[in-house]
Design a protein around this ligand. Structure first.
Ligand code: PNS
Length: 167
């Protein structure tokens, strides 16, 4: 039984994250989604909101569990007995940060192996920060995040539904 951890801020979860969660079956029998409690950037959604969004998004996926963590990722991985860390790669621009992070994590805990999964093409230009910017400026993110996250974004950013828009 191989356990992997998929860490991130998930602020909010997107269909790109869900694509990686589905793909993780290729490398692990059990996936623990680790939601970082205090990401470097001030999160738009509280930890509780992000947990609810992720739980709702993965409801029914038997191999997936959702937990929160604080502090070092490798300590969390050890705590949940995961030797694999899953990260998604969208484009070369992700590589430098991911490369640095995986080597640092290996130094901190050599038993942790980082496995990179390549996002499906439609998600290669998708990021949580782009999603928030689009919603803030009134654009539609339909088909890029789960519908319940789209609603949360509208509510959080105090926008009216598309159906009530005049343009
Ligand atoms: O979704 P993100 O913001 O790209 O996820 C980044 C995350 C949570 C994977 C990374 O910031 C992390 O692991 N933070 C925990 C602190 C840690 O272990 N830092 C050392 C890595 S070099």
């Amino acid at each position: 039984m191989r356990t992997a951890v998929y860490p991130g801020s998930f602020d909010p979860i997107t269909l790109g994250h869900l694509d990686i969660i589905h793909r993780s079956r290729a490398v692990a029998d059990r996936l623990i989604i680790g939601i970082l409690a205090n990401p470097r950037k001030d999160p738009t959604f509280s930890l509780e909101e992000r947990v609810q969004q992720v739980r709702k998004s993965v409801a029914g996926m038997k191999h997936v569990r959702v937990q929160t963590f604080d502090g070092l990722l490798v300590n969390f991985a050890k705590h949940v007995s995961a030797d694999v860390i899953v990260r998604g790669l969208r484009a070369m621009s992700d590589f430098e940060f991911e490369f640095q992070m995986s080597l640092m994590n290996r130094r901190l805990r050599p038993e942790s192996e980082t496995v990179f999964l390549i996002s499906a093409e439609p998600w290669t230009y998708l990021s949580s920060s782009a999603i928030k910017e689009i919603v803030r400026f009134g654009g539609s993110v339909r088909g890029l995040v789960p519908p319940h996250v789209e609603e949360d974004l509208r509510r959080k950013l105090r926008l009216v539904p598309d159906s009530l828009r005049s343009i």
